[in-house]
Write a protein that binds this ligand. Structure first.
Ligand code: ADP
Length: 487
């Protein structure tokens, strides 16, 4: 039960409320008790003082002989509930109020000693009846001599009863308040945590095959509402990832299946009868082409898997991109020669980036290779490199078949090909542009495409410029301040 958050919440709530109510009750009880006792003390002392002063007043026509008359005269009431006793200076009991009858108030040594020093003494005694008596002993001084000692006492019955009633009320109300509060707390905790149970139930039901399940969202956008929304978003993302993985595996198997089927067919044809060595050579050459194609697919897949796992590490260094573009241009011209495609070049001098030389070369070659693949014979291509607004813009343009607007958002997806048959014939597997996208992003850049069907396509790669090399700029202090390259 303690593992249950609603019980824990309620328990804490009750403990805190209990502490508050108990402290408040104790404070109330003790404050009331003190003020009631203080009131009694003030009252009995003032009575004692009135009696004392009337007896010391030479013009007073009352003396101790009639205590009740003195009080009636001074306060306007008879001291029915006050017991009064007058002692002589040695402590012998003299006059008493009528209500004392045959009883007498106790006289302690401490009170007598204090009186002899001119001080009043308050005492609580259990001498008479069920309730204690509060008593004051006051000396009566005339011309610096103690002539009498006045004792006034009153029963604490009213005070005790008031305090007992309060205690009873507190004993009943505090526990009942705690019971009601715990029920209320449990109800509230239940109400607040019910949606969490719902989230738990849904989460339990979800497997990789039921990722289309969602938690029912409530209208309120409170913490629980946000949790449910976050959870739903997470399931959606998981669903998309699972779908992508499944799609990827299906595409990869399919991609490898085609060359394997061709390979199998060719081998079977070769084995059907005895053939001449040239025929075998022809078959084996074709086999080799398919094996090369499969190797390329497997290499690309391996690269992408490693990239996904974060295992591809770039060998970053300062690279002269102008030089790299020239090298790729020379190589591209060779590739394009077979289709009689002209490749022009336009480049700013000394453009430098910080990056992985081999990967950037692969990126450029992939783009150029695509351009050649999808441009008809005697077409035209252009590679351009320029600094633009603090960034580097690298473009590969062709006058080829172009890409329809509906396909443009997908061409960087794995295995996506506008025309499977055409792409396969040209040796493509649909992974080239996904690899290009990864390389560009790993260099902190972006890749985009603009294209018109039948007119051609332009692939634009934007990369961050490398900070000037301190060796080339002797006045510069350090290169470490704010590198613009991020992986
Ligand atoms: P592939 O190996 O099939 O070329 P890519 O990932 O490099 O795979 O490209 C994906 C698809 O994008 C291609 O199949 C092709 O349909 C389209 N594509 C890429 N580059 C071009 C281009 N320069 N012109 C026209 N279509 C292109």
């Amino acid at each position: 039960m303690l593992g249950n958050i609603r019980f824990k919440l309620t328990l804490w709530y009750i403990i805190i409320l209990g502490i508050i109510l108990t402290s408040f009750s104790a404070f109330l009880y003790f404050t009331l008790s003190r003020s009631l006792h203080k009131g009694i003390d003030v009252k009995i002392k003032s009575i004692a003082e009135v009696i004392g002063s009337s007896s010391t007043n030479p013009y007073s026509h009352y003396s101790f002989s009639n205590i009740d008359r003195v009080l009636e005269e001074s306060f306007g009431w008879k001291p029915v509930t006050k017991f009064i006793q007058v002692l002589d200076e040695s402590g012998r009991i003299g006059r008493k109020s009528d209500n004392l009858q045959r009883f007498q108030l106790p006289v302690t040594i401490r009170a007598l000693k204090n009186a002899s020093q001119g001080k009043a003494t308050f005492e609580t005694t259990k001498a008479m009846g069920k309730y204690p008596l509060r008593m004051v002993t006051v000396p009566v001084v005339r011309r610096r001599h103690i002539i009498n000692i006045v004792q006034v006492a009153t029963s604490l019955e009213a005070v005790e009863e008031a305090l007992n009633t309060l205690l009873l009320i507190l004993w009943i109300t505090v526990p009942s308040a705690l019971v009601v509060a715990s029920l209320g707390g449990l109800f509230l905790a239940n109400k607040a945590l019910k949606p969490v149970d719902e989230i738990t139930r849904t989460a339990r039901m979800i497997t990789s095959k039921s990722l289309d399940q969602r938690i029912k969202l409530r209208k309120t956008k409170d913490e629980i509402g946000r949790l449910a929304e976050t959870f739903n978003d997470m399931i959606s993302r998981l669903g998309r990832s699972f779908k992508q993985i499944r799609q990827f595996s299906a595409d990869a198997s399919h991609e490898l299946r085609t060359p394997l089927t061709i390979l199998k067919g060719e081998i079977e044809v070769g084995l059907r009868k005895r053939r001449r060595p040239e025929e075998y050579r022809k078959i084996m050459n074709s086999n080799l082409e398919e094996v090369d194609h499969m190797t390329q697919i497997v290499d690309d897949l391996l690269f992408l898997s490693k990239a996904d796992m974060g295992e591809v590490h770039l060998q970053k260094q300062r690279i002269n991109l102008t030089q790299l573009v020239s090298e790729v241009h020379a190589q591209a011209k060779m590739i394009a020669m077979a289709k009689d495609i002209t490749i022009n070049i336009s480049k700013d001098s000394n453009v430098t980036v910080i990056g992985d030389r081999l990967k950037l070369r692969e990126l450029l070659l992939n783009l150029v290779d695509n351009g050649v693949k999808y441009t008809p014979t005697r077409g035209e291509m252009m590679i351009s490199l320029e600094r633009d607004d603090g960034r580097i813009k690298l473009r590969v343009m062709d006058s080829g078949i172009g890409i329809a607007p509906k396909d443009q958002p997908h061409i960087f997806d794995r295995f996506f090909r506008v025309d499977k048959a055409r792409s396969r014939k040209a040796g493509g597997s649909g992974l080239g542009l996904s690899i290009c996208k990864w390389i560009v992003q790993a260099h902190g850049g972006e890749i985009s495409v603009e294209s018109q069907v039948g007119k051609g396509s332009t692939f634009t790669v934007t990369l961050p410029v490398a900070l000037p090399d301190p060796k080339e700029m002797p006045e510069a202090k350090s290169i470490s301040e704010g590198p613009t390259f991020q992986n």
